[in-house]
Design a protein around this ligand. Structure first.
Ligand SMILES: NC(=O)c1ccc[n+]([C@@H]2O[C@H](COP(=O)([O-])OP(=O)(O)OC[C@H]3O[C@@H](n4cnc5c(N)ncnc54)[C@H](OP(=O)(O)O)[C@@H]3O)[C@@H](O)[C@H]2O)c1
Length: 262
């Protein structure tokens, strides 16, 4: 397999984002030459700072995905790190959950914050990083004439959720019970944005896909009975992501490769 030159992971301080960072640094099947882990407060990101002591490939940058006016500054820093080869892979992982409220209890500020973090942030960040993704697609073009779309050429992976599926909204008790207004719409909207971007950017050689990580044991699911470790989730997602090669029209992928209907 051709290796991944550079990857940027958002929300890398803990949970799934931290595990992505670890695996891009240490898993021989997915190791990247440059790993950019972004988080809200780098000085406090103890696990990332410890990883950086052992891995010179790791760069830690500050990023709040809702502070859109900081994105240009971030892009300049990323450009300085990745150089002429551009950015190979962007993983839009940062996200926040919603309380499981009934309609009458929705709090407007939280509702808007969830949509801003989970939907608007990833789309605008992708927009800001597009020149660097295009650069990667172009530098790698010759190697990919028979398989134009790949996470090792140029790609954006949006971390979505099975709760985004409209078809499965009430398919079983859990799906029915998890009302999470805000969160569920934010991921459904992210899936639509993924579809739009994947169609628009295909001609540039940039793959855009969304993937559900499973029901993973992290702070986000602390009140729930999650069953999958971050390590299993991320290893499976990476294997599944390696097979992504064309735009997907019927649904989005689960970490194990299964297609979840829109
Ligand atoms: N866990 C699951 O079962 C599950 C299932 C489906 C989908 N997902 C999705 O997977 C992704 C990762 O979730 P997780 O389970 O790892 O959750 P988590 O442990 O709560 O981690 C979320 C990460 O996002 C960061 N973050 C939150 N708001 C941010 C902002 N405005 N700007 C930048 N970073 C921000 C957090 O930073 P701080 O630590 O600094 O707050 C944290 O590092 C999310 O998109 C989530 O929706 C998770």
């Amino acid at each position: 397999m051709a290796g991944i030159h550079s990857v940027l992971v958002t929300g890398a301080w803990r949970g799934i984002g931290l595990e992505f960072t670890k695996q891009f640094l240490t898993n021989p099947d997915f190791r990247a030459e440059i790993v950019i882990a972004t988080c809200l407060v780098p000085a406090e990101a103890k696990d990332l700072l410890e990883l950086q002591e052992k891995h010179s490939a790791l760069h830690i940058l500050e990023l709040d995905v809702t502070k859109f006016d900081t994105f240009n500054e971030l892009v300049n820093k990323v450009q300085a790190i990745v150089g002429h080869r551009g950015l190979t892979l962007l993983i839009n992982n940062a996200g926040i959950g919603s309380p499981m409220h009934k309609l009458e209890s929705i709090d407007a500020d939280r509702y808007i914050a969830v949509l801003k973090t989970n939907t608007v942030g990833p789309v605008l960040l992708t927009k800001a990083l597009l020149p660097l993704l295009r650069q990667s697609a172009s530098v790698n073009a010759a190697r990919y004439h028979d398989r134009p779309l790949s996470i090792t050429r140029a790609a954006v992976i949006n971390i979505t959720s099975i709760f985004a599926s409209i078809l499965q909204t009430g398919s079983d008790k859990t799906m029915e019970k998890v009302r999470a207004y805000g969160y569920r719409e934010s991921k459904t909207a992210l899936n639509m944005a993924t579809q739009l971007m994947s169609r628009e950017l295909e001609e540039d050689g940039i793959l855009v896909e969304s993937i559900h990580p499973g029901f993973v044991i992290t702070d986000m699911t602390a009140q729930l009975k999650a069953t999958t470790t971050t390590e299993t989730s991320v290893t499976s997602m990476l294997k599944t992501m390696l097979d992504f090669s064309e735009k997907n029209k019927i649904g989005f992928r689960s970490y194990d490769g299964e297609i979840i209907p829109f």
